[in-house]
Design a protein around this ligand. Structure first.
Ligand code: FE2
Length: 374
């Protein structure tokens, strides 16, 4: 009896407590220009810079921030840097989903002991502002998770970086934090990665969508949502499914040349204001036919927002048992049809917009078709 009680309490301990997303790092062809784009179009502020001037000889990194959302853009400055191969293969994309932990050494030990493949041994970084510990493991494709322990660090971002002060400080657009990050994996690989998140990182599968849920006349995909214990970190995993034509996940895998991060969902408290601002700054979004709005309220019930601005902007609405959510998806933010962003406002709902999948994927297919890839 004692043994059973002890096991039960051990099982309930989260061996990898996460406080949320620390930052998302993108490997890009030109970090200086990428950072400028994200400041201009998305409303991020300059935060920190690392490069030859700060003692980093083979790359340049620009960190930008908006509320609790931190993006880092990194580019190699010599062709010998392996990051150059990453960009040659994948184009611009997400390299690291960095997670906030209390103990980066323990996070690395817990995950590698359970089969995680090390990307970075626990590494102590230090400057006049204190100590930061980071470590990391590989996930799907060439993507990695970094564990960041910054409780003893008071600097602006990380040792190796200096504060980046700029005369150009565009207003923010109300983006608050990372809601979730979606990975696209290859045929029959979804369950392998579900198992990875369960066993190596202690996540749970909180929602599953099969090809019946996510299919149109032409193409299909399957998806499982993985969440950590406190729900702060959510990673849905998509794999392509057979349809009459090519799955959008397949198009991604072809152009990213492998598995990788498909979209990052960014939270806002006022989606109408945020999307109006993003659109005015040149961000393009997928549009559903206006007929989507004809019977919207009978599908989702009463909502606090006026329908007209939602319709004008193309914002989608869905409801679950706990409330509703508003969401919209950008077109890819680079020339390869790979990474895009979702803007999401949750009003109680903890789900991912299942009711919008069909309308949305039809919109996506029209884009895919215009590229000749459907
Ligand atoms: Fe999403």
């Amino acid at each position: 009896m004692n043994t059973i009680a002890a096991n039960a309490s051990t099982a309930s301990v989260d061996f990898l407590p996460l406080h949320g997303t620390d930052y998302v790092e993108f490997y890009v062809g030109n970090a200086k220009q990428a950072a400028h784009f994200y400041k201009t179009a998305f409303g991020f502020q300059s935060l920190a810079y690392a490069g030859p001037e700060t003692g980093v000889k083979d790359r340049a990194s620009y960190a930008v921030r908006q509320h609790k959302l931190t993006f880092v853009f990194t580019t190699p400055i010599t062709s010998q840097n392996p990051m150059a191969d990453h960009i040659y293969k994948h184009g611009d994309g997400v390299k690291a989903l960095a997670l906030m932990v209390d103990d980066a050494t323990d996070a690395w030990e817990q995950t590698t002991r359970r089969g995680g493949v090390s990307y970075m041994m626990p590494t102590h970084l230090e400057d006049e502002h204190g100590k930061l510990v980071m470590s990391g493991i590989h996930t799907y494709g060439d993507t990695v998770h970094l564990f960041i322990e910054r409780k003893n660090y008071k600097g602006v971002f990380m040792p190796g970086y200096r504060k980046w002060e700029s005369l150009y400080n565009p207003a923010d657009t109300g983006l608050l934090y990372v809601d979730h990050c979606v990975g696209n994996v290859g045929w029959n690989q979804m369950n392998k990665w579900v198992k990875f998140y369960e066993e190596v990182m202690g996540f749970r599968n909180i929602l599953s969508f099969d090809d019946k849920d996510i299919s149109t006349e032409y193409s299909a995909l399957m998806s499982k949502v993985m969440s950590n214990g406190n729900g702060y970190v959510k990673f849905p995993i998509n794999e392509p499914a057979e349809g009459k034509k090519k799955s959008q996940v397949e198009e991604y895998l072809e152009f990213y040349d492998g598995e990788g991060c498909q979209h990052v969902a960014l939270a806002t408290n006022n989606i109408v204001a945020t999307v109006t601002e993003l659109q005015n700054r040149g961000i393009e979004f997928l549009k559903v036919p206006s007929s989507y709005y004809d019977d919207l309220l009978s599908r989702v019930g009463a909502i606090e927002e006026d329908l007209d601005p939602l319709k004008e902007l193309g914002i989608l609405v869905d409801r679950d048992d706990e409330g509703y959510l508003l969401q919209i998806f950008s077109k890819p933010v680079e020339d390869r049809p790979t990474l895009f962003f979702e803007i999401i406002q949750r009003k109680g709902a903890k789900s991912f917009g299942k009711g919008n999948f069909k309308a949305l994927f039809e919109a996506l297919e029209r884009e895919q078709d215009s590229r000749g890839n459907l």
